[in-house]
Design a protein around this ligand. Sequence first.
Ligand SMILES: *Cc1c(COP(=O)(O)O)cnc(C)c1O
Length: 408
Amino acid sequence: MDSHKKLIYLDNNSTTPTDPRVVETMLPYFFEIPGNAASRNHPFGWQAEEAVEYAREQISSLIDVDPKEIIFTSGATESDNLAIKGVFEMYASKGNHIITLTTEHKAVLDACKRVEKMGGEVTYLSVQHDGLVDLAELEKAITDKTIMISVMWANNETGVIQPMKEIGDICKKHGILFMSDATQAVGKIQVHPKEVGVHLMAFTSHKMYGPKGVGALFVNRKNPRVKVTAQMDGGGHERGMRSGTLNVPGIVGFGKAAEIAKAEMGKDAERLSKLRDKLEKAFQDNLEEVYINGNVHHRMPHVTNISFKHVEGEGLMMTFNQNIAVSSGSACTSASLEPSYVLVALGLGDDLAHSSIRFSLGRFTTEEDVDEAIRMVSEGVNHMRDLSPIWEMYKDGVDLSMVEWSEH
Ligand SMILES: *Cc1c(COP(=O)(O)O)cnc(C)c1O
């Protein structure tokens, strides 16, 4: 491998680089302005508080809500936990049932599992082959004990965007709270929770070119006035919903990231969707047996999840991961390589799930990066297939569904 080669980062759904303009805005808040935003009795504290409130305005302006409706947290994992467990506890007298999807992020699924341990009931709805929720099924799952539906805005693995307005209407009709993990959508596409009837919404700075370790939970304040039980006991910061000294530099950076996103996400999305389409078309033109996973009409502009059939994704990645960073549809658990539960939920067989690669482009991705990825990944797929007895069998017309697979 040529070590001088530029590393190409196409894994922006895992985390985004911090925009240099964001870093610059944060710097004074480490040393020159070191105050604790909760220190009410001297200028250091006032300056920090002012900076935090300015960031709160920048962020609320991006998602078109009132600044008072933003609760700062350490990231989307914490926001998901606060929303789900916090609503479960706060609304215990109304019911104990939550509905979510099997394709949600682990932060939502595991918070729901915790709720089950605390005596709650959770329905994990499957999705259709294209990754979209079946609205009729969703409505059918509602009982008189249902207090909340939690559906992510856009999926992290496939980029599929759920019908938020339709789900919001169902929630409204039944008087149920609507929570959304919008981590992958905020700052990339227009996300206005109030417009679609979302009452609680989790998102994070480091997926939108801000620093890591800071996130937010939007909590609707009027019609209805939503409350969550704090999951952290302490000084009562953030209107009592999240105690702990605020990460002032992080919040300042998050605010700047939101301001930049509001100004630039339109043109970023337009440019990146063209590059994403170029990538997909090149693979489909250059290679056989290429499948795009998830609904291609309702998805994020910068993401594609592609299965290269009969090629093992982890192995494929190994052919280029010194130069190009992507994600595969398999996760290494302790004992074995598990196919992604999200792709399995879309009904992909183990083979297609294991052969999938997620490409997520970002603000700093160039056309040259994409061209290089097309070249190296195509080469890798051809190389793997040349060595593969399964590919040879497929080319010879063997019905591979009849082949007995051994345990991996
Ligand atoms: C990254 C991600 C999270 C977790 O966010 P952190 O800020 O890293 O805790 C939650 N949900 C989704 C959909 C994500 O993509």
